[in-house]
Design a protein around this ligand. Structure first.
Ligand code: GDP
Ligand code: MG
Length: 597
């Protein structure tokens, strides 16, 4: 397309404000798919996304729109995830755009990720256009919400376009706003080719598929492309766009967004954030890539059956190409055997990775309790980063333990402010700022990351009837009174069950954890002693009493099928058991800490 007629934009919003629905509507309006092909949520293509109703991976779609000025424009848009764990994906998508639609639910108003995503877009010099969605709702207050946007975010919003992604009202106005309000790309078709890899994934038949934004020059089928970081050269098989179905176009030109397939078989062949050029007349400079973000939460993940170890490693390698925020390294545990320590952006990310590994790669996995990273200063003056409680040096060797602190931005209607403050105090928070914006209050707290990543979000939602929203980012490490709580089963320390806890909570958490384990560990042929200890000091103890009767006894004389079912049930249950010494410990036990404190 002519560069003056290209518009590259993202749709950003707080979760559930209607990004995906609006995106589908734009596709439908521009005739990208027939009604028959139009599924409920075209863009949320992964099964998992559809089930959870959230968008995990950014997706791109190219559409042709004939505007009221009679000209036809090429619109390349990228749908982005809205959850706090996926902010990284949002900034990646934005790097390919000149503008962003900021979708705000006209009933709900501005929420924490509305603000966070908007600021990310503004920092990247994008033109941000507010869109007031859901105006079909009886509780919609577009004028009030427009004022709220101006007041809280500080961008112009009075007169913002209003629409209903559900009914289709105002969709043409949204498209006109895009064409008029978003600048066309800048770039030189005749300069050496430079294209930014926004996303890459592995297709079993075609090899690596990369989503790219061409900044200068062109990429055509049969071109020899060069990956600038490695110098590797490949011949392009196919180039094209998503409509949203993949469509070969034979060429991608300056300003365009689309896919490149070049028979790259090695998974790490086309890394996200890298620059593509042509081997003939190559560019000399790489484009600014993406900043690597550090995982916030770590957990040990182990195959239930050690036979699956190789498959597990293979799956992680494939997944990490598709999800560059995924970090992993081999780890072993005396309780769980060989596995990997995996770094996640947050708890949702952790859940999703575990589910993808199990579904897409058919693995049975055991995950240990997640932990944040601590900075530990040893008596020898060494600074070590500890992402696994069992790696904490012996107490006598530790000078200081510093825990990660986040800055949390919370938006909450005034009537729930008291509840939110109570929760923040309970979680060891320190208030930094508080401002009133009409009905809403913006509060800023410094909170220990360990408290935030566990159940804070759920607690915040329930204490505010769903109205409070949260955005947070790591700020610094801070000296804190932390200690390791060990769990001993029949006198044996189980490395995979150790936790790091603030001293004020260690006693309570140790006791609760021991109680929880007592409920979760099934009774066996002998007594099982469960102890929680700090160093050599036992802080709690419980016992799982030995099993008296044979479980099958109550089926004695009963019908056979019931007996079979019971045996099958035990077998299924066993799949998720790990042998610790002579005790069988179920998967839930390793996550028991999540339900504590
Ligand atoms: P996303 O998380 O921002 O992608 O939000 P979705 O597009 O998944 O929408 C969240 C929910 O809001 C879904 O149940 C949609 O059906 C609903 N929704 C989206 N747009 C509208 C709208 O204009 N009006 C109404 N009433 N509901 C909408
Ligand atoms: Mg969505």
């Amino acid at each position: 397309a002519k560069i003056s007629h290209i518009r590259n934009f993202s749709v950003i919003a707080h979760i559930d404000h209607g990004k995906s629905t609006l995106s589908d509507r734009l596709i439908q309006f521009c005739g990208g798919l027939s009604d028959r092909e139009m599924q409920e949520q075209v863009l949320d293509s992964m099964d998992l996304e559809r089930e959870r109703g959230i968008t995990i991976k950014a997706q791109s779609v190219t559409l042709n729109y004939t505007a009221k000025d009679g000209e036809t424009y090429q619109l390349n848009f990228i749908d982005t995830p809205g959850h706090v764990d996926f902010t990284y994906e949002v900034s990646r998508s934005l790097a390919a755009c000149e503008g962003a639609l900021l979708v705000v639910d006209a009933g709900q108003g501005v929420e924490a990720q509305t603000v966070a995503n908007c600021y990310t877009a503004l920092e990247m010099n994008l033109e941000v256009l507010p869109v007031l969605n859901k105006i079909d709702l009886p509780q919609a207050e577009p004028e009030r919400v427009a004022e709220e946007i101006e007041d809280i975010i500080g961008i112009e919003a009075i007169g913002a376009v209003q629409c209903s992604a559900k009914t289709g009202f105002g969709i043409e106005d949204v498209l006109e706003t895009i064409v008029k309000g978003i600048p066309c790309p800048e770039g030189d078709v005749n300069a050496p080719t430079q294209a930014l890899i926004i996303d890459s994934w592995f297709d079993p038949y075609q090899g690596v598929v990369s989503l790219v934004r061409v900044k200068h020059g062109t990429i055509q089928a049969k071109d020899k492309i060069k990956i600038m970081s490695s110098g590797a050269v490949y011949e392009v098989d196919k180039v094209g766009i998503f409509t949203p179905k993949a469509k070969n176009t034979g060429i991608l030109s300056t300003g365009e967004v689309g896919f490149v397939i070049a028979g790259i078989k090695e998974i790490k062949g086309a890394p996200v954030g890298d620059t593509l050029t042509l081997s003939k007349n190559p560019a000399t400079e790489v484009l600014p890539g993406f900043k690597r973000i550090k995982p916030q939460v770590y957990a040990g993940v182990y195959p239930v059956s050690s036979d699956d170890y190789e498959d597990f490693r293979d799956a992680l390698e494939k997944l990490s190409l598709n999800d560059s925020s995924l970090f992993y390294e081999p780890e072993s545990s005396s309780a769980l055997g060989f596995g990997f320590r995996i770094g996640f952006l947050g708890m949702l990310h952790m859940e999703i990775i575990q589910e993808r590994l199990e579904r897409e790669y058919d693995l049975d996995l055991i995950t240990t309790a997640p932990t944040v990273v601590y900075e530990v200063l040893t008596k020898a003056g060494e600074l070590v980063m500890v992402d696994n409680p069992s790696d904490l040096p012996p107490v006598g060797n530790i000078d200081e333990i510093r825990e990660p602190i986040v800055e949390a931005h919370i938006l909450v209607p005034q009537e729930y402010l008291g509840n939110v403050i109570t929760l923040c105090i309970e979680k060891r928070g320190v208030q930094m700022n508080m401002t009133y914006h009409g009905r809403q209050v913006a509060v800023v707290y410094e909170l220990p990351m360990a408290e935030v990543v566990m159940d804070f979000f759920d607690r915040l939602k329930s204490t505010s009837r769903g109205y409070a929203s949260l955005d947070y980012a790591f700020k610094r490490f801070q000296l804190s009174d932390m200690s390791r709580v060990d769990i001993l089963i029949n006198g044996e320390r189980v490395d995979a069950l150790a936790i790091i806890s603030h001293k004020d909570f260690a006693q309570g958490r140790g006791r609760e954890l021991a109680e929880k384990l007592k409920e979760l560990i099934p009774r066996q042929m002998f007594d099982i002693a469960i102890q929680a200890a700090i160093g050599s000091h036992v802080i709690a103890r419980t016992t799982v009493k030995q099993l008296r009767k044979n479980v099958l006894a109550k089926c004695y004389g009963g019908d056979i099928s019931r007996k079979k079912k019971l045996l099958q049930k035990q077998k299924d249950g066993k799949k998720r058991m790990k042998q610790v010494g002579n005790v069988e410990v179920p998967q839930e036990a390793f996550l028991a800490i999540l339900k504590v404190g």
